[in-house]
Design a protein around this ligand. Structure first.
Ligand SMILES: [Zn+2]
Length: 106
């Protein structure tokens, strides 16, 4: 059974084989057609719309960001409270990336 993905702007169905965008609006994971995402970015009330999650650069951001955070914690003595807070934020990045992959991309 094929999973249905709907665009958050035009509410049309997204064919998983075509290019689409998975992103977060504030904290909610949303999907858009490529064109609809571009239009949505230009609307003024979409301040919290983030970068696309389903791209190689998003994966790179999560990996490099978490390596940096872990290095910050290990090389600071005693471990910084800021580092631990950043680790939680980095964990949220990993969660969003994995959620996008499991739910929409595989
Ligand atoms: Zn659309």
């Amino acid at each position: 059974m094929e999973k249905e993905i709907h665009c958050n702007r035009c509410y049309g169905e997204i064919n998983p084989k075509e290019s689409f965008v998975v992103t977060t609006d504030l904290l909610k994971v949303v999907t858009y057609h490529d064109d609809c995402y571009a239009k949505e970015l230009k609307t003024q009330n979409k301040f919290f719309l983030s970068e696309p999650l389903n791209t190689n650069i998003a994966t790179l951001h999560v990996v490099v960001g978490n390596i940096f955070i872990i290095a910050l914690i290990f090389f600071s003595d005693p471990p910084l409270l800021l580092g631990i807070i950043l680790l939680i934020i980095g964990g949220i990045g990993i969660f969003y990336r994995l959620y996008s992959w499991f739910k929409y991309e595989r």
